[in-house]
Design a protein around this ligand. Structure first.
Ligand code: PLP
Length: 458
């Protein structure tokens, strides 16, 4: 039996959740149109919908909120935040944004021309939306193995350099404003990218004069995987690894709601002076002054402290290993999950879990709804519903990975909560053949998974 590290924190404040009866959950799920996004948080005993903005802040972060300087311009918390971001990631310029997508909007608008292509290691919903909204076509250049839930590789988020070269040969480097490299890859199951791969992507892009922007969202989890899996990094600090990772990028978009260990916030960072000037002009229009960008002073203070805490080895070790604990339990019981277990969550392989359902019958959506009904655990669909429709043909994108994501908030739950969740899934797996598929009854035109409603197929 592997050793899982005990919680590297003590609990000072607790939140007491509601625990509904099964019948109450059946009704709540029906009312929400079988979409876990539309459930009330109050009706969820364990909320694994997302690790985004659901983090528990430390006493130091809360103390930091008390020294928020809410001046309209030049807040002292901005200067603290800016210095921590520069020191941690090594970029020359930083602009605050209200969350990650604010940074994506500015990056995509500034760099993309209609007809361009943006290669990336698998798509992310908001990231691809902004790329496409600005006229680009997204090109998936992640290694093939990332699309196979069964293949166990240490760095399943890596970019396939041959695929990148093929896109360059096909469309020409001048049609590629930047390569988008995500650490870790959310939709592949929280899979990391190796340092060697980042270095090679940089070299190839340098040869063709192409920029590289990282989606930095889960930088600390990725750094932990490099430290524990990649040769030559075992003795390096998490902070040194992060510094090296980002030394291969021209800039990054960041959602503080993940590894920043806060509830709201983000930034856009870059080295280029001219791009910085143009980004500043856009921040004022879309986010706020370049010294707050949609965050309050207290938010920036908590974010700065959160970034510092995220680089502590004990913190990130427990974070990643707690997620592995849940995954290891499910694997031991024979439940199909995406392997290896990623940094921020466990992804159930819904097609293998519900083999009697066609992808059109939305297996992952169905499984997420049933997990809630059985246990009060809220999870999220990451499959055909999230993938949306092709903007030209109108057909459903049909991703090979049809998953239910159990995303673990940082520092919120204990190993005993993981046990409750694992036991419910194992029970559901035993009774899986009785589960019927779902169909859309309301389908929004954009980012449909957030607000769609469903009902059982006949
Ligand atoms: C959450 C997320 C984003 C968007 O960030 P928001 O803060 O939610 O706007 C972008 N990329 C990845 C990989 C994410 O997980």
């Amino acid at each position: 039996m592997k050793n899982y590290p005990a919680e590297p924190y003590r609990i000072k404040v607790v939140e007491v959740p509601n625990i509904l009866t099964r019948q109450e959950r059946v009704e709540a799920m029906k009312e929400a149109g079988y979409n876990t996004f539309l459930l009330k948080s109050e009706d969820c005993y364990i909320d694994f919908l997302t690790d985004s903005g659901t983090n528990a802040m430390s006493d130091r972060q809360w103390a930091g909120m008390m020294i928020g300087d809410e001046a309209y311009a030049g807040s002292r918390n901005w200067f603290h935040f800016e210095s921590v971001v520069k020191d941690t990631f090594g970029f020359k310029h930083v602009l605050p944004t209200h969350q990650g997508r604010g940074a994506e909007n500015i990056l995509s608008t500034l760099l993309i021309k209609p007809g361009d292509y943006v290669p990336g290691n698998m798509y992310f919903t908001t990231t691809r939306y902004h790329q496409e909204a600005n006229g680009a076509t997204f090109k998936d250049i992640i290694i093939d193995e990332a699309h196979d839930p069964e293949i166990d590789l240490p760095f399943k988020g890596n970019i396939d350099l041959n695929k990148l070269q093929a896109v360059i040969d096909e469309v020409g480097a001048d049609k590629i404003p930047y390569v988008c490299l995500a650490v870790t890859v959310n939709l592949a199951g929280g899979q990391p990218v190796s340092m060697a791969n980042m270095r090679q992507v940089r070299e190839l892009c340098d040869k063709h004069g192409i920029k590289v922007f990282y989606d930095a969202t889960r930088y600390a989890e990725n750094a932990y995987f490099i430290k524990t899996r990649e040769e030559g990094y075992a003795d390096k600090t998490i902070k040194a690894i992060i510094k090296e990772m980002f030394s291969y990028a021209d800039g990054a978009t960041m959602s503080g709601k993940k590894d920043g260990i806060v509830n709201m916030g983000g930034f856009l960072a870059m080295n280029d002076d001219d791009m910085y000037t143009r980004s500043r002009e856009m921040v004022v229009v879309f986010e706020g002054m370049p010294s707050y960008g949609g965050m309050s002073g207290r938010d920036m203070e908590a974010f700065a402290i959160g970034i510092t805490e995220s680089c502590r080895f004990e913190y990130i070790q427990h974070r990643v290993e707690q997620v592995a604990y849940l995954g290891d339990k499910l694997i031991a019981a024979g439940v199909p999950v995406v392997k290896p277990i990623g940094g921020h969550g466990v992804f159930l392989d819904a097609r293998a879990f519900l083999p009697h359902l066609e992808q059109e019958q939305l297996p992952a959506q169905t499984l997420a709804a049933h997990l809630y009904i059985e246990s009060g655990v809220r999870s999220m669909e990451r499959g055909v519903v999230s993938a949306g429709r092709d903007k030209i043909t109108g057909e459903n994108h049909k991703p090979k990975l049809e998953t239910v994501r159990l995303t673990i908030p940082r520092r919120v739950y204990t190993y005993a909560h993981m046990d409750v969740c694992a036991e419910a899934i194992i029970e559901l797996y035993k009774n899986r053949s009785s589960i019927r598929g779902l169909k859309f009854v309301y389908e929004p035109p954009m980012l449909r998974f957030f607000n769609a409603k469903f009902d059982y197929c006949d």
